[in-house]
Design a protein around this ligand. Sequence first.
Ligand SMILES: [Zn+2]
Length: 154
Amino acid sequence: MTRCRVCGGPDVAPGTTELVNTVDGTAFAATLPASVCQACGDTKVEAPTVKAFELQVAAELARMGRPTPAAFRFMRTALGFRGPQFAQLLGVDRGTLSRWENGVLRVDRGAFVVLGGLVIEQLAGRDDTMCRLRALHSPVSAPRVTVHVHSAQI
Ligand SMILES: [Zn+2]
């Protein structure tokens, strides 16, 4: 049995709690599964649940269409990218990315759209944009490529 991390009590039961994440003055809230101490009321949300919540917040930020420094940073970290790693993936200088996130430079709209695409595709279990970004680092050249056209597309 898991004991409460705050009071040490033995009566920790499944329940829910509300998490709120505020970005650029907008509070994003969700009721999530949690372990709840019946003695002191402490709640504990598991790390994968928090990560899923942050990814949903990032998707909302992508859809809201406000490419602010805080939104950009939140979305990047929700995907688990470190700054230099994401700058390399985008093909921009790490200083440029840092200036976007610190509000020194206006966030590049194209980069914001790409980042939002990565977030939304990850939620949908897809990696189209990630594959295309990786392809930019090792381009494929071929003398001939056969493409397939299905009748439903005509
Ligand atoms: Zn407790």
